[in-house]
Ligand binder design. Structure first.
Ligand code: ZN
Length: 314
């Protein structure tokens, strides 16, 4: 049996996982991400941690197929990153740099795209060849898989679906400088924004009015407890999600839409809510798409990163 590693580099930790060649996750651990000095220590730290693990567990270099890496920023098919702001990285070839440190084959992808690949391979979209993964967290991210391959695009920016504009008349600005992005309505911060706006415009009583600071979870909890205002707010969110996913499906025509990110902890209500509004916006031929929750959680990135290595061998 041969093995490989999947690495998911984030702004606070680097997650490293060991897989066998069929993709079973055998072990995993994390090291801190040291972002000082242009993040120069990140790859050497990762390489050292992998070497240390290998010698502690009697793994030889000939036992290792390769290392797959997900990075939080735009990256092209050769492994060149173009400014990963969370890591303080500029422009350089991550694949070549890590291959030089480890003397093993390396493949690199964008973190959201490799997470989508992970969900497509072993998670909520297992068995599908065409998939859209939408990550609803503090922001909205995503990844697109077509014919089993993550789509990177010409600038490594494919899958930045959170910045599709849903409502150009939106008065407030998105972090990206535009107005009316998906992220402004369908993220956890978007839910809070819509909640504040709704409560300011209506004089309907709501348990949310008693809170000093509203979180997205508060809105979901209040709606579950029967709060009419919270339910109305979430209907607005689901309507935006339906519009967002209807548009995505008209472009990609996937078999499955996987919904992940922190907000997906709300569970099936999120899938049901978005699916309820989806037909309002979907092109008829895409209406049979399946909606499902992500199942790999924080492992999705490492799983998909390792799949990049396997696909490169195939
Ligand atoms: Zn935006």
């Amino acid at each position: 049996m041969r093995y490989g590693f999947g690495v998911d580099i984030g702004g606070t930790t680097v997650k490293i996982a060991l897989f066998d060649e069929t993709g079973n996750l055998l072990d995993k651990w994390e090291i801190p991400t040291v972002t000082e000095k242009e993040g120069a220590a990140i790859l050497p730290d990762t390489a050292a941690s992998i070497k240390e693990y290998m010698s502690a567990h009697g793994l030889e270099f000939r036992d290792i197929i390769g290392i797959g890496v997900g990075v939080p920023g735009p990256v092209d098919d050769d492994g060149v990153v173009n400014e990963c702001q969370n890591l303080n990285w500029g422009v350089f070839n991550v694949r070549e740099a890590l291959e030089a440190l480890l003397q093993l084959p390396v493949r690199v992808g964008n973190d959201a795209n490799v997470a989508a690949l992970g969900e497509c391979w072993k998670g909520g979209g297992s068995g599908c060849a065409n998939l859209v993964m939408a990550t609803f967290g503090t922001g909205v991210g995503g990844g697109i898989i077509i014919d089993g391959k993550p789509i990177n695009g010409a600038h490594g920016a494919a899958g930045e679906i959170g910045h599709m504009v849903l409502d150009a008349r939106e008065p407030e600005y998105c972090n990206c400088g535009k107005r009316g992005c998906t992220e402004q309505f369908c993220s956890a911060t978007g839910v809070v924004r819509l909640a504040k706006r709704y409560l300011a415009a209506q004089d309907q009583p709501s348990s949310l009015r008693e809170l000093e600071k509203i979180t997205a979870k508060d809105v979901f909890d209040a709606a579950n407890a029967g709060d009419a205002a919270a339910k109305e707010i979430l209907e607005q969110v689901y309507d935006y999600m339906g519009q967002f996913l209807g548009t995505m499906c008209a472009v990609i025509d996937p078999e499955v839409v996987v919904m992940g990110g922190g907000m997906s902890r709300a569970g099936q209500v999120l899938v049901d809510g978005a699916s309820r509004y989806f037909p309002k916006y979907a092109f008829p031929a895409t209406k049979s798409v399946r909606f499902t929750l992500a199942t790999l959680g924080n492992d999705a990135g490492a799983v998909g990163a390792f799949k990049l290595v396997l696909d490169a061998l195939a």
